[in-house]
Design a protein around this ligand. Sequence first.
Ligand code: FAD
Length: 620
Amino acid sequence: MHYPKSYDVIVIGGGHAGTEAALAAARMGRQTLLLTHNIETLGQMSCNPAIGGIGKSHLVREIDAMGGAMALATDHAGIQFRVLNSRKGAAVRATRAQADRILYKAAIRSMLENQPNLDIFQQAADDLIVEGDTVKGVVTQSGIRFDARTVVLTSGTFLGGIIHIGMQQSRGGRAGDPPSIALADRLRELKLPVGRLKTGTPPRIDAKSVDFSVMIPQPGDTPLPVMSFMGDVSMHPRQVNCWMTHTNLETHDIIRSGLDRSPMYTGVIEGVGPRYCPSIEDKIHRFADKDSHQIFIEPEGLNTHELYPNGISTSLPFDIQLRLVRSMKGLENAHITRPGYAIEYDYFNPQNLKPTLETKSINNLYFAGQINGTTGYEEAGAQGLLAGLNAARRAVDEESWTPSRDQAYLGVMVDDLITHGTKEPYRMFTSRAEYRLMLREDNADQRLTEAGRKLGLVSDERWAAYCEKVESIERESARLKGLWATPNNKLGMAFIAQTGEVLNRENNAYDLLKRPDVTFAQIAELTGSNVAPMVGEQIEIAVKYSGYIDRQQDDVAHLKRYEETALPVDFDYDAVSGLSREITMKLKAVRPATLAQAGRIQGVTPAAVQLLLIMIKRQG
Ligand code: FAD
């Protein structure tokens, strides 16, 4: 059957990438269809129900700054919030929330169902309609044909998914869900550059069988953080503790005793696993000198007894899983509710993608999320937003939009992926960004909300709140710059008394903040400020880091020329005289979008970039 409505954008997959993609396209006014296996699993967290963390919360805030769903859903579902690295610099500070997985799904589903311009349809997509080198639509499992200008594929771990528990294997997209076999076959037929990756999850435990009295409680932070710029602590449900226990030498012996039946160690699993989220068998092997590893025991929700033991992801046989869990303090009588497992799945080399996440080989087809070799909800969501908004623009023949490396972690991630590709699951870290001080989680709105508003992604309410915040920062900064403290005037003497600092000349209150030990809270008290805490935070960071931020901005300005020099997809690298064969091959493999991206390809020298520049100038 040919479905009577033709869409601007079809998104396949209702995971973290798919939901952000569909919401973004629909927010921009495009007729959008979200086609997914099962409406009940919209926004499902396949692994740990936690959002954020180092590098990841930066992405969540960026999605939020552009009107996306993930941060608000987290504020509605978070049951334990913490600010990580709170004593370190602002650049690496990160918010993390343990979420109630049912509340999270409900929040995402409610946003999807209430989004104008968005239809949802439950069924597997089995086929892509490709005419010439352009995608035209999708055919579902039961043969329904949907036409569209653009298609965004966000199939997660489902393509050709194989689940491993010990030496037993079964087909699945994740536990309890079917894999995508027909679509995986179709993508191989289209000769897209396919590879295999693997990820894993720990067994889940029944809280009724756990002795919490011997574990270390991990309460959330006070004051309670929020994830979204539009968030409020009143949105949060009841807050609970997480807990900590440890592996021990006995645990490690049990794990070693099972390695001969481990699909990873016997070579049954071929896909490469996440280096930074290793299985417990991997950790014991790689850190053989360690006698113990921390294991966080995290609730899966408020109305369930299931617990997520963070740190023992495993695909060892079930009998070993049970013994290793029961070897830990507090878990001696633990009942496992679901076994841990590993999953192998197809992903596609992201070097085959443009900066918009459109595939280079098939026009109007976009890939986002785990399919691009990443791991994590946040990485997936951010890519979904980018692919969704670009598919929406393409559908009405508007120019693409992509963030640069100095603008967003999203820009860093996509540039890393399309430039270097990935042979193991890619996750975000703050260390991946060269302009860390500019890309903080606290200023994602100042980096992206205006762009989001121009793209049609940001609501009137969010825009008004953002403008009010920016104006408030400007007003308060000007006020502080106009308040002078001298050794003998009222403000100066109060400052000396409160802070114990030396004051031997006139300073304005704004400049006083430059002193390392002086906080905005102190200046606010001395000057009678009443701005919101997030306004004060922005002023304090701007003052204290101004020297470093200015230097980074100079670097950015210096590189801007290269970032803005486009290299056409069909650029003739063979015609550039002086380029070595090796560099020519590398450039042809990646086909970078800009001169700056060319310079970031491993092995491409500054001299080679100069040769490209000369050639471009000659052609231009
Ligand atoms: P998913 O969330 O997987 O969503 C894919 C969606 O597409 C699903 O709704 C599915 O039903 C739908 N779909 C697929 N094919 C079709 C089709 N043909 N037609 C219609 N719908 C389709 N991340 C970490 O950061 N750390 C971890 O330790 C970790 N461990 C994991 C362990 C396991 C076992 C699994 C399964 C995942 C793990 N993840 C982990 C990864 C995390 O779940 C993903 O990164 C994230 O969910 C990716 O989001 P996504 O939107 O790309 O895909």
